[in-house]
Ligand binder design. Structure first.
Ligand SMILES: Nc1ncnc2c1ncn2[C@@H]1O[C@H](COP(=O)(O)OP(=O)(O)OP(=O)(O)O)[C@@H](O)[C@H]1O
Ligand SMILES: [Mg+2]
Length: 477
């Protein structure tokens, strides 16, 4: 017999079949989920405790230890009065979960503690999805109701001095631990409050990690590292959550430590290892609608800060114009990301973003600026199996008539046959290998002191790949 039915019938320890609850109902029942057998009990006790000591719960920092003790006592007392039969283990679990609700971030606590979870998506009080190792699954955890979820959202957001209410129903914030949070509540979110948390990795991915995951090949890694050292302007393109920021962070680590790096982001996510780094972050408007500082303002400001490298977390608005101008006026080695699904789309996206600045330039002129600004586009994708892959390393050449010429230097081709799939470890894409084209940017790299042998770009059929261990060392000619 399931715990839930035991709770309902009040009789302990009768055996029965609990499969029925394994696939709970609810509005999104198409996804299998495990119903929480303690939900009723927890909700009852939670409400009782809120009524009893509620006014002191959200009073802010200070006295946490004392409060934790009080909550522990109150839960124990309420469980004793509530005659639900529970084993000692169940009692401990229920007590911990109620305390998490009241003192921490409720049902989100275990996800926040779990380092294997990278993203938490609360679609509504009863629908929580999590991403673990690239895979998104629905969790059995749930909030008691919308009010409960709202209280937790409020608690998260107020820690960083922000608020969410009907007047400002949409908030983007970075928590003190670096996690990125977005909350949007009714009336904008029609089905109830919604919360998305991109958890901060205490230990950011390195090139070695990406090589291990098969995101790219050692040879492509060597090439990209050489391009960063050799001051190419690089655009990382990809869809939402495809790994743009992670790739940007990894590539940035190849910037020599004697260069002055300035990063500009909406929410500071990049974690550069170099010493000479200045991190700038935008500021939203205050309640009176004043004091906003945009990415564009910051990019313009960086130009007066004598940067060797400008890294913009994402180009998503008029700042793109300033970024292009910076790149075209001697700030080589700049890196940024944009939202697009192919290298060609990425260029089209840049054009559209330039138009958002309201500048009155013919499209051809904008296209020309974009093509001379960027040297390389790195395309990242999240595949259906949850893995993140670099699919293209594409060189941006000059314009021919009205079209910018692009040439793929490295490419990961889709796997077509079963034997091919087996040989690539059942991956959906083959490895990121050279296409055999010798890039035009070799001259620019050479003028910045980075020399790559032309044989480097021979395809694997012509020459064996460079060993993993060689990554990061000077490339021999
Ligand atoms: N190469 C990779 N292999 C495995 N996981 C990755 C890889 N790159 C990124 N991730 C994971 O994918 C998630 C999204 O990564 P990231 O923040 O870099 O994406 P993004 O494209 O910048 O997203 P957004 O569009 O929201 O800014 C993170 O949890 C990150 O840890
Ligand atoms: Mg990002």
């Amino acid at each position: 017999m399931s715990l839930q039915s035991r709770i309902q019938s009040g009789r302990p320890d009768e055996r029965g079949d609990d499969e029925a609850r394994e696939y709970g109902g609810g509005p999104a029942a198409s996804q299998p989920m495990v119903a929480d057998p303690y939900a009723d009990l927890k909700s009852r006790i939670h409400h009782e405790i809120i009524t009893k000591i509620g006014s002191r719960l959200f009073a802010g920092p200070g006295g946490d230890g004392e409060l934790a003790e009080k909550v522990g006592e109150a839960v124990a007392e309420a469980l004793a009065i509530d005659k639900t039969p529970l084993t000692r283990q169940e009692r401990a679990q229920v007590t911990r979960e109620i305390a998490d609700d009241i003192l921490g971030y409720g049902p989100l606590e275990p996800f926040l503690r779990d380092d294997t979870i990278s993203e938490i998506m609360v679609n509504s009080a009863h629908t929580i999805f999590i991403e673990r190792r690239g895979k998104i699954t629905r969790s059995s955890a749930a909030f008691v109701d919308d009010q409960h979820l709202l209280r937790i959202i409020d608690k998260i957001i107020s820690r960083v001095g922000r608020r969410v209410d009907e007047g400002s129903p949409m908030v983007d914030a970075r928590l003190p631990d670096g996690s990125r949070v977005n909350a949007i509540i009714p009336p904008l979110a029609v089905k109830g409050p919604t919360l998305t948390i991109r958890k901060f990795r205490k230990d950011p991915f390195t090139m070695e990690d990406l090589l291990k995951f098969g995101t790219l090949t050692p040879k492509a890694g060597q090439f990209l590292e050489a391009c960063v050292r050799g001051k190419l302007n690089i655009l990382i393109s990809g869809g939402t959550g495809s790994g743009k920021t992670t790739t940007l962070n990894v590539l940035s680590s190849a910037i020599p430590s004697d260069e002055r790096i300035i990063t500009v982001e909406d929410a500071a996510e990049l974690q550069l290892r170099q010493e000479h780094v200045i991190t700038l972050e935008t500021r939203p408007a205050n309640v009176e609608g004043k004091g906003q500082v945009t990415i564009r303002d910051l990019v313009r400001n960086t130009l007066r800060m004598r940067p060797d490298r400008i890294i913009v977390g994402e180009c998503r608005g008029p700042e793109t114009v300033d970024m292009l101008q910076a790149m075209n006026t001697g700030h080589d080695g700049s890196l940024t990301t944009a939202h697009a699904n192919t290298p060609r789309d990425a260029l089209a996206r840049i054009e559209t973003l330039v138009l958002t600045a309201g500048i009155d330039l013919p499209l051809r002129a904008i296209r020309e600026q974009a093509s001379s600004a960027f040297d390389l586009i790195v395309q990242v994708s999240r595949l259906v199996d949850g893995s993140r892959r670099i699919t293209h390393v594409t060189e941006v050449l000059r314009m021919e008539s009205d079209v910018v010429t692009l040439q793929d230097i490295f490419l990961a081709k889709p796997v077509e046959t079963e034997s091919e799939a087996r040989s690539t470890g059942n991956r959906l894409l083959g490895p990121l290998t050279p296409t055999g084209i010798k890039p035009d940017c070799l001259d620019k790299l050479a003028s910045n002191g980075v020399n790559l042998p032309t044989t480097f770009f021979q395809t694997d059929a012509d020459r064996p790949a460079v060993a993993t261990g060689a990554f990061g060392r000077q490339i021999a000619s």
